[in-house]
Design a protein around this ligand. Structure first.
Ligand code: SAH
Ligand code: SF4
Length: 350
């Protein structure tokens, strides 16, 4: 049977360095169900070629729900008076790491709002303490925009990786999602700095953020082509109460899965998580992401009493297979689709 034009185009996305914008547009808007299924299984094949059937796990520790920023989409924004605030102490973070280590985790991800009380010195001290207790584990940070000296200090203290989504490459769109005090160029500069310092660097964007168009998504794809991040995080936008976007619709699961597959084609070795946001919107969201080309999951290692308070968006999943203490559930779910947990550090390999 003759191959459809769209299937030829999917193959071309994988094999060619540059694809025209009109071709991206076609792929993003006109795949039928069969072509979509072909794309997902092609992307999953590429993922298995790179990583086998192992899915890396990272223990996520949400270190603070205070944030000085005011991103319009995020439940932790500083002017959300409904948000419940907490910050973990160094000792609490070390306890989370010890618990994670005892369960076999080899990567800890410290994520939080931009909390002025958790400044450079404090974080350097925490990173050094984790490094001392867990010399072989990978330490990933996701604590927002800092100056180059601060990023360097984090790296020197022993941090290996940094997650900072660019959110949207289109500046006009960026400015509708953030107040004037923030700008997209600064965020992209941070990403380039992180890469130049030697961090394995993660970027990415929300799918379906208010005002996002197909052209914006093509800008994002082109930016990721240019940046060549080691990790790519994409998840659907989910409305958060107490924010200007509380009543906006959530992003589409199907479109998120489509982007996971397309980015897998462009970045065969990238570490791509099946995000909590997908798991929040659909019970099988995480497994569908793996079947579309994701190869990382990040179960929650935060103390259980604070998980509800780290409310970036409403109804965020944090129990069952989202919880680091319940890796048995995760194991079963992965086994059922022919995968298993890979407990390795899961560094980026060229
Ligand atoms: N403060 C840090 C890390 C915490 S926020 C930072 O901003 O980088 C981590 C990510 O959560 C953000 O990059 C954003 O892409 C995502 N996020 C925030 N609000 C969201 C929402 N309402 N729906 C889906 N994802 C959201
Ligand atoms: Fe703060 Fe990050 Fe939320 Fe923006 S997305 S308000 S920087 S926690």
């Amino acid at each position: 049977m003759a191959e459809s034009n769209n299937i030829s185009l999917v193959k071309k996305l994988y094999s060619e360095k540059r694809i025209e914008r009109n071709e991206w547009n076609r792929i993003l808007t006109s795949l039928n169900d069969d072509e979509r299924n072909f794309l997902h299984s092609f992307a999953a094949d590429i993922t298995r070629n790179s990583f086998g059937r192992g899915i890396y796990i990272r223990g996520l520790i949400e270190i603070s729900s205070y944030c000085r920023n005011n991103c319009y989409y995020c439940g932790l924004r500083c002017s959300n008076s409904q948000a419940q605030r907490y910050r973990l102490t160094k000792e609490e973070i070390l306890d989370c790491c010890a618990q994670g280590a005892s369960m076999g985790f080899n990567t800890f991800v410290l994520q939080g709002g931009e909390d002025p009380m958790q400044g450079r010195e404090w974080l350097v001290d925490v990173i050094e303490a984790i490094r001392l207790h867990h010399p072989d584990k990978a330490i990933t940070l996701s604590v927002g925009e800092k100056d180059a000296d601060t990023y360097r200090a984090f790296r020197m203290a022993g941090a290996d990786r940094y997650l900072l989504r660019h959110e949207t490459r289109n500046d006009a769109h960026y400015n509708t999602l953030h107040p004037e005090s923030m700008n997209g160029k600064n965020r992209r500069d941070c990403l380039r700095t992180l890469k130049s310092i030697g961090f394995q660097t993660g970027s990415g964007m929300m799918i379906g953020s208010p005002g996002q168009t197909i052209e914006h998504i093509i800008d994002d794809i082109e930016f990721l082509d240019e940046l060549q991040p080691e990790m790519i995080g994409i998840g659907p936008f989910i409305p958060a109460s107490g924010t200007p976007f509380a009543n906006e619709p959530a992003g589409s699961i199907d479109r998120t899965l489509l982007l996971i597959s397309l980015l897998r084609l462009r970045h065969p070795k990238a570490l791509i998580p099946a995000t909590t946001a997908l798991a929040t919107l659909a019970p099988d969201g995480r497994l569908r992401a793996i079947e579309a080309g994701a190869n990382v999951v990040m179960p929650n290692l935060s103390p259980s009493d604070v998980r509800r308070k780290y409310s970036i968006y409403d109804n965020k999943a944090h129990s069952g297979s989202e919880s680091a203490t319940q890796t048995e559930i995760l194991k079963k779910e992965l086994n059922a689709i022919g995968y298993h947990i890979d407990y390795g550090r899961g560094d980026y390999k060229k």
